[in-house]
Design a protein around this ligand. Structure first.
Ligand SMILES: C[S@@+](CC[C@H](N)C(=O)[O-])C[C@H]1O[C@@H](n2cnc3c(N)ncnc32)[C@H](O)[C@@H]1O
Length: 227
């Protein structure tokens, strides 16, 4: 089930306490990003994503509010993965801890190909891996799993969202941290990679996306999978 609405209101409206088995989400990083301007037209191909250009105070308030909802709805002992980049990593980790999550590791996504930047071009992002504490914490079943993941990024001119992640990046998180039929939540669907991977692996999904354009895109992609 996915909803075209604000995730904070959506969680309040549709999600009970301790009801979600896994959260995977890619929030706005507050970098005012609408995609690279290194295009033929010399400007970004997309508008700046919603809630990506807030004052530092507004961004902190917004982030603490959705993290509070994420903590409330996640079952004790279960996992949350939050995508972030190196610039916002210290704040996000601090805020996640303040809410109550126990941060376990920082996964490095190696995008395999370089992206933007000119002084060491960007080729990685972080995924914060944390748990809602409980006496019994669900463990990652694969003992051989490491914290560096190489998954090719989607080439700039093929993207349909300014911060699009490949659905393949979600595979490890879904397979390692949930079982078939369990409920996965994504508070910031974007173009829908978590939704697609969740469906592919036979998990249930609840997700929110505030921008009607990206909500429709995700809906269409999910429908396409059924054809
Ligand atoms: C970083 S992007 C996610 C991109 C996604 N991982 C993808 O691969 O397409 C964050 C998304 O959250 C959406 N968003 C921003 N504020 C929101 C809110 N309060 N509730 C729900 N969605 C929101 C934005 O419109 C944007 O599509």
């Amino acid at each position: 089930m996915i909803y075209n609405m604000d995730c904070i209101q959506g969680a309040q409206q549709y999600l009970a306490n301790d009801s979600v088995d896994l959260i995977i989400t890619d929030p706005p990083y507050n970098l005012g990003f609408g995609g690279t301007n290194m295009t033929k037209i010399k400007r970004p191909r997309f508008d700046i994503i919603a809630n990506d250009k807030l004052s530092p105070q507004e961004y902190q308030r917004f982030t603490l509010q959705w993290l509070f909802q994420a903590y409330r709805v996640l079952k004790p002992g279960r996992h949350i993965y939050v995508c972030i980049d190196w610039r916002m990593y210290p704040d996000m980790v601090r805020w996640m801890r303040r809410i109550g999550f126990v941060v376990k590791n920082c996964i490095v996504w190696n995008k395999e190909q370089m992206g933007m930047g000119y002084q060491y071009r960007f080729q990685h992002e972080f995924i914060i891996f944390a748990v809602k504490p409980d006496k019994k914490v669900r463990r990652i079943p694969k003992r051989s799993a490491t914290d560096v993941w190489s998954v090719p990024r989607i080439q700039g001119n093929k993207t349909v969202h300014p911060t699009e992640k490949p659905a393949k990046l979600m595979d490890e998180m879904i397979l390692n941290s949930s079982l078939e039929g369990e409920l996965v939540a994504d508070f910031f669907l974007g173009s829908g990679p978590v939704a697609l991977a969740t469906k592919q692996h036979g998990r249930e999904l609840i997700g929110f996306e505030i921008d009607p354009k990206y909500f429709t895109l995700t809906t269409d992609r999910l429908a396409e999978m059924e054809r």
